[in-house]
Design a protein around this ligand. Structure first.
Ligand code: ZN
Length: 146
């Protein structure tokens, strides 16, 4: 890079010009690529698609009985976010929201699926006891009514 004041050639890590002593303004020398790059229509379309996948994943994830589907859809959404990041280099706007939603969707759906499985296991375990109790209760009731 070069000094902005006197034009002297400087090494990339120098903070002051070796010839004139002026401080080196790094921001001016390296413009932010994200800000300069226009977002293409295809990228916008892809970001929108990511958002839809992640919203569906999260919605299914927080819906008790559909949480297994939530895991699958959220995982697909997360994978799509990864591909998007590889293709375009950055996540912003809808793609960034999709990234967060897909993570939230994955966490919620895994937790709810685990709870659902525990519920079923507990239900299976207590079911015979429950039936017995119900039978006894019905017997008692029939005695009472007689
Ligand atoms: Zn200089």
């Amino acid at each position: 890079m070069f000094c902005q004041k006197c034009g002297a050639s400087l090494s990339d890590d120098s903070r002051f010009c070796i010839r004139c002593g002026a401080p080196v303004a790094k921001e001016a020398v390296y413009p932010q690529p994200e800000a300069a790059q226009p977002v293409s229509e295809q990228q916008q379309k892809d970001a929108r698609q990511l958002l839809i996948w992640s919203i569906v994943g999260l919605a299914l994830g927080i819906t008790g009985w559909a949480s297994v589907a939530g895991i699958i859809i959220s995982a697909i959404a997360k994978n799509k976010v990864k591909k998007y990041l590889m293709q375009y280099g950055t996540l912003h706007g809808k793609a960034l929201v999709a990234d967060r939603l897909s993570k939230a969707g994955l966490i919620c759906s895994i937790i709810l699926t685990a709870l659902f499985v525990i519920e079923i296991v507990v239900f299976i375990l207590i079911w015979p006891e429950y039936l017995k109790m119900l039978q006894e209760l019905l017997q008692e009731l029939s005695y009472l009514s007689l």
